[in-house]
Design a protein. Structure first.
Length: 333
């Protein structure tokens, strides 16, 4: 809250309010806006409404910088920078979709192994087919997106890319080796249904070991070994670190206009594919997810929560993709 203090000058208070805005906005409008704030603070030393208004506008500017909102009053001074920001947010949202989708596919394979009523087996088979096809198509798009980006990073390598590259390499290495270590604890008895082989399903489950209803059962969780608990905590942190490093790389590398257009259109296809995957999740939960025990009921709630999070991540990805596409079109005029 913006309060008068004897220790802070009007310029200090204006600088504090300016931090609500993203760095790219401060670099362009910071000096002018600071002078306006200083004048307003001199006229109204204590104003809650001023603080709330600056916070609202600053958060909107941050959303716009991330490609999740549009500031129509802001001229398109640097379309490449804004486009990279949108693609960075888009990539992070799609990475979250991929993580949740992988976890849900693993849960479906486990539910298939425990299926008792025939009425549950049919929806599970249908949902598994839809989700497997969508996940395979999405994985293919990831490869098509990563290869040209990796080539561009190699061509435009600089010291400012070294830190995020090292973080990304370390996080991916930890995820791969950790998932391989716990792969033999796969409870899906080799995998059932879908197009993914049992070994791939086991690796996917191990990679998303943190996605477990065991968090709701302390007695069950207490029976886990120390390394298992450490992996359940470390794996999502490694995934978050990898995503953050990838976003930083996308925002720091100068990509060609053709590559930016290619990645934007590829992302539109990825959003459509994850929409199909989300439809498969909804169908499975609504028609074929019938808990047969208390533990299974907790797992069912976890699946519903993950599906809701998947829908929110997909909505964010779709909005970022729309902003990126609109920026691309405006830059070509």
């Amino acid at each position: 809250m913006d309060r008068v203090t004897t220790a802070r000058t009007p310029r200090d208070r204006a600088a504090g309010l300016l931090r609500w805005y993203p760095r790219v906005w401060r670099e362009r409008y910071g000096e002018e806006f600071t002078e306006l704030l200083i004048a307003d603070i001199a006229e109204r030393p204590a104003s809650v409404l001023r603080t709330l208004d600056v916070a609202r506008a600053g958060l909107l500017a941050r959303l716009a910088a991330a490609g999740l909102a549009e500031l129509h009053v802001e001229p398109l001074a640097d379309p490449g920078r804004r486009l990279r920001g949108s693609l960075g947010t888009l990539g992070a949202a799609l990475m979250l979709c991929l993580a949740l989708g992988t976890a849900l596919c693993s849960q479906l394979a486990i539910a298939w192994a425990r299926t008792v009523p025939a009425s549950v087996a049919v929806p599970a088979r249908q949902a598994s087919l839809v989700m497997s096809v969508a996940l395979l198509a999405f994985a293919a798009l990831v490869v098509l997106a990563v290869l040209p980006v990796g080539f561009a990073i190699t061509r435009n390598f600089s010291r400012r890319l070294l830190a995020p590259l090292l973080v990304l390499a370390a996080a991916v290495t930890a995820l791969v080796f950790g998932a391989h270590h716990f792969i033999y604890q796969w409870p899906g008895t080799g995998g059932h249904g879908g197009l993914l082989p049992g070994g791939v399903q086991a690796f996917a489950w191990s990679l998303t070991f943190w996605f477990s209803s065991a968090w709701a059962h302390w007695a069950w969780l207490a029976g886990f070994g120390g390394w298992e608990l450490a992996w359940m905590v470390a794996s999502p942190l490694a995934l978050a670190a990898a995503t953050a490093a990838a976003m930083t790389l996308v925002r720091r590398v100068e990509f060609s206009p053709r590559l930016l257009a290619y990645e934007t259109r590829l992302a539109a296809v990825a959003c459509a594919i994850m929409g199909v995957f989300l439809g498969g999740c909804g169908y499975w939960i609504c028609t074929g997810r019938h808990p047969v025990s208390v533990a299974d009921a907790y797992a069912g709630l976890l699946d519903v929560a993950a599906t809701v999070c998947l829908a929110l991540a997909l909505a964010a990805a779709y909005q970022a993709q729309r902003t990126a596409l609109r920026t691309l079109r405006l830059a070509r005029r």
